[in-house]
Ligand binder design. Structure first.
Ligand code: L34
Length: 290
């Protein structure tokens, strides 16, 4: 079997077009242009690319974006001041602090400072708690992007065994939480594997859906995949300047039924979901005022 390729880039473009229509209607009705403020600390080249992609996508969808670029040597207090200003600026609807932050920064203090109603990454404990309870205002961008990919590729998630590899706060944990919930593209039986999992390959082999979010190139090999499984690759690793995922793509493609490529898979979906959350934040702000 050669797996069907899940075209994340194309699906993300469709979502952005749908959003552009909604944004236009919203603007006509309210006069408000959804505005994402991105904070990019220092000069990590990969982060700069991802943030630029987010800004460009905003503009194409008829939304505003602004970029704040404190230097790599900035202090936690200086960043907190910036966040405070963005929190108070009523023309800003979404605030995104691109990770990773430099070592001297107290990352949790900075992320916790973003007012939850503008927290389009859904990193704030208020938003994480709401997600776990199934009453989210924003869903975390990468995991929700994966759910949208599954939905629009007609993958049956309910009742399936989903194995999430990786337990990060930004992908693994929230991914598992979303897949196990009651609801669409959910109701899965979920297992989380991580660096301390005993005999990880034998667990991954049980999966109908594999979500790889480990951060190691070619970690997921063909022998770990049950024939016909759906494989979602969240990895964004740089090898010799090239972007590669966590999945040994060429070999796994011969075993899986559907697979996401890197690039062109989950990455563009993350960006589409940032836009969707920014639009949601703008709608929230209007409702709060009205
Ligand atoms: N705060 N920090 C915050 N929120 C996030 O949601 C992220 N993430 C991760 C890193 N730090 C973050 C992203 O935005 C990863 N990530 C991200 C976003 C977009 C892309 C990749 C990772 C992306 O656009 N990927 C393209 C290729 C880009 C390239 O050529 O390098 C793709 O097709 O996969």
């Amino acid at each position: 079997m050669t797996a069907e390729i899940i075209d994340g880039k194309g699906i993300a473009a469709t979502i952005r077009q749908e959003l552009a229509v909604d944004v236009k209607v919203f603007h006509a009705e309210t006069g408000v242009t959804p505005h994402l403020a991105a904070v990019l600390v220092g000069d990590d080249p990969a982060s700069a690319v991802y943030v630029r992609n987010k800004q460009r996508a905003c503009e194409v969808a008829g939304m505003k974006s602004s970029l704040h670029t404190p230097p790599a040597e900035t202090s936690t207090d200086e960043l907190l001041d910036l966040i405070q200003r963005l929190n108070e600026d009523s023309t800003v609807h979404g605030i995104l602090v691109q990770l990773p932050l430099p070592d001297q920064i107290d990352e949790l203090r900075v992320l916790d400072a973003v007012v939850p109603t503008k927290d389009v990454d859904a990193f704030h404990p208020d938003n994480v708690g709401r997600m776990i309870q199934g009453r989210a205002r924003f869903l975390p961008c990468t995991p929700h992007g994966v759910q949208e990919l599954l939905r629009r590729s007609n993958v049956e998630v309910a009742g399936s065994h989903a194995v999430v590899i990786g337990r990060s706060e930004i992908v693994g944990k929230p991914m598992a939480a979303l897949l196990v919930q009651k609801g669409d593209e959910a109701n899965a039986t979920v297992t989380i594997c991580h660096s301390r999992t005993r005999d990880l390959p034998s667990i991954v082999r049980l999966a109908d859906i594999v979500v790889a979010a480990i951060g190691q190139p070619k970690f997921v090999t063909a022998d770990m995949i049950k024939p016909g499984a759906v494989v979602i690759d969240v990895g964004v690793n740089r090898v010799d300047g090239k972007l590669v995922g966590d999945v040994d793509y060429d070999a796994v493609r011969e075993v899986a039924s559907k697979i996401t490529p890197v690039p062109g898979g989950v990455g563009p979906m993350t960006i589409a979901m940032v836009l969707r959350n920014t639009f949601t934040a703008a709608k929230l702000s209007v409702n709060a005022d009205g």
